[in-house]
Design a protein around this ligand. Structure first.
Ligand SMILES: [Zn+2]
Ligand SMILES: [Zn+2]
Length: 188
């Protein structure tokens, strides 16, 4: 029973941590040339292909692969966390490995799915929710101001570190209905 509690607490804690990890990775490795791979793939390629307004949506079928990360990023990110999680588990004397890994995996999966939906509209139910529309407008603004709105999933770190552009400071988002229509023809 106690291990369930610690695993659930680990899930919540590591999900919140995910926001800070996402923010740091995005700001320091995806937008600054510390390591060429993420900088090229994100700052040059992703931000080069996807801009604001109508250019926020996919414009060429061949760029479909440029929306998501390469498949090996997920095991790499989770794997890099395992030694630290095991150390923390040892220090706390409570089982947290499953909850912590699940939180990182869920956060990562949400990042990939939400970000994909943001750039490739297709009238999904999730796109109609206020929560998604808020997050989407938040990310659209990031494509205008690359060092703001760095979170895609949970803008907690943006709020804590002062990089959050509030709703009233955002530029208007492109029409998702029209975008979904264009995607239908594009991805046929
Ligand atoms: Zn994007
Ligand atoms: Zn970015």
């Amino acid at each position: 029973m106690a291990s369930h509690v610690s695993e659930i607490a680990a899930f919540v804690g590591f999900f919140l941590y995910g926001s800070f990890f996402e923010w740091t990775l995005h700001k320091y490795f995806m937008h600054q040339p510390r390591w060429q791979y993420p900088f090229r793939a994100h700052a040059l390629v992703h931000h080069g292909l996807f801009r604001t307004g109508d250019d926020y949506f996919l414009s060429d079928k061949k760029n479909l692969k440029k929306v998501r990360f390469a498949w090996w990023n997920a095991p790499l990110i989770i794997g890099l966390h395992i030694p630290a999680i095991l150390l923390l588990q040892y220090l706390l004397g409570a089982s947290i490995l499953f909850g912590a890994c699940a939180a990182i995996a869920v956060y990562y999966g949400l990042y990939e799915y939400l970000h994909y939906c943001m750039h490739i509209p297709s009238g999904r139910w999730i796109e109609q929710t206020r929560w998604f529309r808020w997050l989407d407008a938040h990310h659209h603004m990031h494509h205008k101001r690359h060092f703001n709105n760095l979170n895609v999933v949970l803008p907690l770190a943006d709020a804590v570190f002062g990089s959050l552009i509030r709703s009233k400071g955002r530029i208007p988002v492109p029409d998702r209905k029209q975008g979904a229509y264009t995607m239908q023809t594009l991805l046929r």
